[in-house]
Each structure stands twice: as structure tokens, then as C-alpha cells.
Design a protein around this ligand. Structure first.
Ligand code: IVH
Length: 674
């Protein structure tokens, strides 16, 4: 028999959880805030005097006190897929056709249509009815364990309700949903931040994403985050349909969006999508489309997934939202490559959840084509993640004496004469010592996906370039020697300089592929750098490779290989690399240790259409076993994997006597290595 105190604690937890549910999930509170507070205080009092009775599922334990240094990376038990996008009704009809083609002829297919909530996806694992972990999507295969932060969100149940009535084994389930912030809450948060002089969030989604990655759960708890859940994965048992799962999730105490509709066919789906689009502007939160899912879970299973998206679901994205505002001016920005891009300076206007005062104008050709002039009223558009853009001009509101916009002639940063290559749209500043270019290059070098130098942000780079401390990448590593001077610079101080010097030392640990990305070779993005690094294994091998050798790497095209060769034919760049080497940066790929297997050190070429894997997936699997993938067949090729409608590469393989494998043979070989 529990002692009376324990009994009361259990009772209080139950009452509080039930009222949390009524308030945060159902939005139908039954008691006043004062009554709630007094129950909460009573529970806290009993728990404080009986700490051994505190359990993690107590409502008082939602907010932890410890800071999270780094979130642990965890592999998802079931990959977190993304959805293919459609924009037109015809694409939805194609989706329906593909679904029915993937199932036995004559089988009926029902769909469920839901809102596509514009937030951050989350995976919740409940073990024996209690919240166990909450993980972000990450790259779909593994994400961050953000449980401490998600627990603070009151609409996330710590314990499931009505498990016994569910009629299925729910002892180990995953629930997927979206963490989001309402637009009103977002504006309020941003105005508080503005008052405190803090950086503003760009939109509600970024603000939700930023919040769930915060180190202090107490701050997370103070932010108005909410959840809608939309998918249940039960490895032990199953319902028959997705619609039943949505109802079940509601019974279990989750917040499920009230707008979901069961449709008997694709025509009904189209109609519901239209209805949902009309509702968009009257909702307190942002949706960027509708999600259409096959209702039968057995059909979902049989349809399976392709690449990173399920075949049984699709997103229907709504048209981008537009607004009209005045163009106050055009700023010409100098990028790190010297390319000059025009930016529209706008009269601030609220659009799709945030205030917009700048938008991209792409390039001068676009300005000319749309005849965009200063003081014009322009239509701007924001679609999905993209930066807002100017789409057209309302000519009827044009001022009488306005003049067409002229192309830039001098660099706005260094005043040098600009140059326009014949086959390009951009104008270029060709002065490699142009301060804006230098700043752009350094900012790219220090950025997160590159050398990741914490503390070396744009403001500090601007200052150091203006004061003459930084001109090129290697100057960063000389800052250490100038420590005494730097600490005397106003606003900086000893502590921040010490931290900066620490993170500069730390960045020397970045692997070769990040260094290769950081040095800013044109067209060599993070993905290309990874491919080049794992193929050539060292900068020396890359420098001495021919253009053909570079372009034979899988997915490396001629413009990349030309640009790589051009970069390394410049004496300055070779000198720079020598200097960075001397500073201890990694220019050699750390050898991965692979177990002896069929694929190790062999070069494969993929050709034709693969049906079970995407090319990227097949490539990834071969690389993961230490094999190589090339895009051209030569005598060095070990085998060609020929999918459907393979053409000239297959021919060449046959002529050279290179082994040819089918996709199924590849799959069997891969299976044999696991
Ligand atoms: S279902 C395999 N349903 O959209 C099915 N997703 O690109 C996975 N999202 O990552 C998702 N509302 O973050 C689903 N009602 C909804 C959704 C939804 C928003 C997000 C989710 C997902 C992305 C798909």
C-alpha cells in the first residue's frame, strides 16, 4: 500500500497531466490558472520533501536544469523520409496512376488528405507507454536526440492515455509529427527579441528549428512551441488504415490536426486540396501545402519507398504567397567569386509569416527583362524555403519620370571596372584583392560546413579585413601571434580573442573534404568536395590529376573539372595551399578502414535506369564498402552495373571485355557483404 504522501503525489500528477491535456491538446481548459498553479505547487512541495518519489514522467520534470553540450546523434530505427513535391493537379493524377500501377489491377485505393504543416519534423519513441526519445530528422538516416527539449512542450504527452482500449500492442511505437510555432506567437517572440537588441528569426519555422536545438531546456520551455502528429509506426502490431491511426493517436492523447479527410478517389483528393488551399490564410499557423497518403497500411507497405520518399504519399505544394511593395533602391552585392548580384531594397512588407525588406533580383538581365525601376511597385513572392524574389512590376503605378535601371559599371566595393563574360549573365569584379571578395571568401572559409571556426563571424571578418589583419585564409592562422594587439581592439577583449584563437586551432582537425570545400574552388560545393576527397584521397593527387581524370569521377561534370584545374594552375593558390599545409590543415583524407570485401578498391560504373535503388543510393552503398564509382568505362573499370535501357557505356564495356552485372546481381553482392 503506498503511503498517503505517495498516493497524493500520484493523484496530483494525474490531475495535472489531465489538465495539461485539456489545455494544451484539446484547448478546452476546465480549471482556472490559479487552481492549476496551486495543484502544481502542491506537487512540487511533496516532491521536494520526498525526492526519491520523483519520476521522469512527473509534470514537474518536463523542464530539466542541465545544459546540453552536444546532442547525441542517433540512427533512426525507420528512416525519416521526405515527400516528393507536386505543384499541379496533373502531377497528382500522375501520382494516383503510379500508386494504382504499383498495386494489383482493380484494387481500390483510398487516400487521406492532411495539412502540410510548415515546421520541423520530429520522431517520438514511446516505450511501454512512456516518452523515451525525441529525435530530429537530421539527414533522414540519423538525427539529434533532443528529448530534453521536446519534453518541455506541454502538448507532447509524457505518457500515453487509453492504451488498454487500443486493441493493439503499443509497447514500442514511433510517432512522427511537426513542431511549429503559431504566427502570432512568433511575432510576439520577435518583438521581444527586437526590444532586447537580439537577432530576429526569419520566420516561424526557423524559430521552431532554432529553439529545439537550444542548449538550455529552460529557454525552450519558455518558447511557445506546439506539435501536430501525423504518423504512427508500430513495429509490434498494426491498424488496417492510416485514418484509424490518426483517430488512435488522438485517443492516445496526441494533438492531431482536425483537418484530415478520407477520400475515395483522386478526384475527391483534388477537391479537398482546393478547399485546404483556401483555408490557408485564415489559420493561426503556416501550412505550405497538403499531404496525400494512401489510406491502407497494407497498400503502403506493398508500395514501399523509392530513393528517399515513400511511393504511397506525396506533398501538394500551394502556390507561393505574393505581396506588393515599393522598391526603394537596388544594392549591388559583391560575392566571394567577384560576381555582382542585385538586391532589391524594399519598403518592409509582411508576407507568409515574416517581414520582408530585401529580395533577390537575380541578375541584370532579369532586371532588364522585367524592366524593374527604382520607386516601382513590385510583386514579391516567397515559396517554401527560398529567399524572396521580385517577380513582376505593377506598371500602372509607375512614376512618370522614372528611368530604366542601368547595369553596374564599377565595383561598389573597390571601384574597379566590371567585366561581363560573354556566355554569363553576371558582371564580375576581377580584382582578387577587392575587400568585399576577400570578406566573402573568408566568411565561406570559416563557415559551418567548411572550417567551422566558431566566433569568426561576418562582423569580425569585416573588422579584421578593414583593419588589415586578414587578406587571405592563411592570415587567420597568424592571428595567434598578434594576440596582444587584438585584445586591445575596442569591443573585443581578452576572453573573446582567446576563444577565437582556440577555435582556430580546433579547426585544424577538420577533415580533408571540408578543407577542400573551404578553399572556395568555383563549383566545388560540399558534396563535390566529398566526392573528390574520397576519390583522390589527397590534395597532391588532385593537383596532379588531369582534367579527364577529374571528370571521370561519378557525378563530376566538365565545368567542375575545368574549374578545379584552373584553380590549381594559379601559382597564388599553390602557394596558399603550401602555407595552409604548413599551418597543419588536413590535405589528406584519413584512410577509412574497410573490411576485406568484394567491392574494396574496385571501380564500378552505373548505367541505364535502376529500378530498386536510385543511382545515389547504389553509389553510396558501393562507396561505403570501399569501392569506387566512376562515370566512364575504361580498362580500369572492374564492372559495369547495367540497368534498363543501358546504352553506349554497356557497349563500351562489352568491347573492352569489362564484366557486366545486372541490378539484381549487384543487390545480391551487396547483401553478401552485410
Ligand atoms: S508525412 C513518409 N504528413 O513535410 C511520410 N509530413 O517532406 C513522412 N510534414 O519531413 C511525412 N506536415 O516534416 C507528413 N501531415 C504531414 C506533414 C508532413 C508536414 C513535413 C514533414 C516531412 C516533410 C515532407
Amino acid at each position: 500500500m503506498p503511503a498517503p504522501v505517495e498516493k497524493r503525489i500520484i493523484e496530483l500528477r494525474k490531475i495535472i497531466s489531465e489538465n495539461d491535456y485539456k489545455y494544451y491538446v484539446l484547448a478546452q481548459p476546465e480549471i482556472t490558472d490559479e487552481e492549476y498553479d496551486s495543484l502544481y505547487k502542491e506537487l512540487e512541495k511533496f516532491e521536494n520533501s520526498n525526492p526519491h518519489l520523483i519520476t521522469p514522467d512527473s509534470p514537474t520534470q518536463r523542464v530539466g536544469k542541465d545544459l546540453t553540450k552536444e546532442f547525441a546523434t542517433v540512427k533512426h530505427r525507420f528512416p525519416m523520409l521526405s515527400l516528393a513535391n507536386t505543384y499541379e493537379e496533373s502531377e497528382l493524377l500522375d501520382f494516383d496512376r503510379r500508386v494504382r500501377d504499383g498495386l494489383p489491377a482493380g484494387e481500390d485505393v483510398e487516400y487521406v488528405v492532411e495539412f502540410k504543416i510548415d515546421g520541423v519534423s520530429i520522431n517520438l519513441n514511446y516505450l511501454k507507454g512512456k516518452l523515451n526519445t525525441a529525435t530530429t530528422r537530421g539527414d533522414g538516416t540519423e538525427g539529434d536526440d533532443v528529448t530534453v527539449n521536446i519534453r518541455t512542450i506541454r502538448s507532447v504527452p509524457l505518457e500515453l492515455k487509453n492504451v488498454k482500449n487500443a486493441g493493439q500492442d503499443l509497447s514500442d511505437i514511433e510517432v512522427r509529427g511537426e513542431i511549429y510555432m503559431e504566427m502570432g506567437d512568433f511575432s510576439e517572440l520577435n518583438s521581444e527579441r527586437a526590444e532586447r537588441g537580439e537577432k530576429l528569426f526569419a520566420n516561424p519555422r526557423n524559430s521552431a528549428a532554432g529553439t529545439i536545438k537550444m542548449q538550455d531546456p529552460r529557454i525552450v520551455a519558455s518558447r511557445p512551441l506546439k506539435i501536430f502528429v501525423y504518423y504512427l509506426l508500430n513495429s509490434k502490431d498494426t491498424s488496417a488504415t492510416h485514418n484509424e491511426n490518426l483517430l488512435l493517436l488522438k485517443e492516445l492523447g496526441f494533438r492531431v490536426n482536425e483537418h484530415h479527410r478520407l477520400c475515395r478517389n483522386i478526384n475527391e483528393v483534388l477537391q479537398v486540396c482546393g478547399e485546404y488551399e483556401k483555408m490557408r490564410d485564415s489559420l493561426p499557423y503556416e501550412i505550405d501545402g497538403a499531404v496525400i497518403k494512401v489510406n491502407s497500411l497494407s497498400q503502403q507497405k506493398r508500395l514501399g519507398t523509392i530513393a528517399k520518399s515513400p511511393r504511397w504519399a506525396v506533398a501538394y505544394k500551394f502556390r507561393a504567397k505574393q505581396a506588393t511593395t515599393k522598391l526603394n533602391g537596388i544594392t549591388w552585392q559583391v560575392g566571394r567569386t567577384g560576381a555582382i548580384t542585385p538586391v532589391a531594397e524594399l519598403e518592409p512588407v509582411f508576407l507568409a509569416g515574416s517581414t520582408i525588406s530585401r529580395a533577390t533580383l537575380h541578375n541584370y538581365d532579369e532586371i532588364q527583362r522585367k524592366d524593374i525601376r527604382i520607386d516601382d511597385y513590385v510583386v514579391i513572392e516567397k515559396g517554401g524555403d527560398v529567399i524572396p524574389k521580385v517577380v513582376s512590376v505593377d506598371v500602372s503605378r509607375r512614376k512618370k519620370n522614372s528611368a530604366p535601371t542601368l547595369p553596374p559599371s564599377l565595383c561598389p566595393s573597390c571601384n574597379s571596372t566590371l567585366f561581363k563574360p560573354e556566355n554569363e549573365v553576371a558582371y564580375y569584379c576581377e580584382n582578387a584583392m577587392c575587400p568585399e571578395q576577400i570578406k566573402g571568401r573568408l566568411s565561406h572559409f570559416a563557415a559551418r560546413g567548411a572550417m567551422d571556426i566558431e566566433g569568426l563571424g561576418d562582423a569580425l571578418i569585416d573588422l579584421f579585413v578593414d583593419l588589415g589583419y586578414l587578406k587571405s585564409y592563411d592570415d587567420i592562422f597568424e592571428l595567434k601571434a598578434k594576440r596582444d594587439e587584438l585584445v586591445r581592439i575596442e569591443r573585443l577583449g581578452e576572453k573573446s580573442i582567446n576563444n577565437l584563437i582556440g577555435s582556430i586551432e580546433e579547426c585544424k582537425k577538420q577533415p580533408f573534404n571540408k578543407v577542400l570545400f573551404a578553399i572556395g574552388i568555383r563549383y566545388v560545393g560540399a558534396g563535390v568536395a566529398k566526392k573528390l576527397a574520397s576519390h583522390f584521397l589527397s590534395i597532391d593527387a588532385l593537383i596532379s590529376a588531369t582534367e579527364e581524370e577529374v571528370s571521370s569521377v561519378y557525378e563530376i561534370g566538365p565545368s567542375i573539372s575545368r574549374s578545379v584545374k584552373q584553380f590549381f594552375s594559379d601559382e597564388h593558390n599553390l602557394k596558399l595551399i603550401k602555407s595552409l599545409k604548413a599551418h597543419g590543415l588536413n590535405f589528406v583524407e584519413e584512410k577509412q578502414v574497410f573490411q576485406e570485401n568484394y567491392f574494396l578498391n574496385k571501380t564500378f560504373v552505373l548505367t541505364g535506369t535502376l529500378s530498386k535503388y536510385s543511382r545515389d543510393e547504389a553509389t553510396e552503398k558501393i562507396l561505403a564498402l570501399g569501392g569506387k564509382v566512376s562515370s566512364s568505362v575504361s580498362k580500369k573499370t572492374f564492372a559495369v552495373i547495367a540497368g534498363e535501357e543501358a546504352g553506349s557505356k554497356l557497349e563500351k564495356a562489352k568491347n573492352l571485355g569489362v564484366k557486366v552485372l545486372t541490378e539484381d546481381e549487384l543487390i545480391n553482392l551487396l547483401k553478401g557483404q552485410q
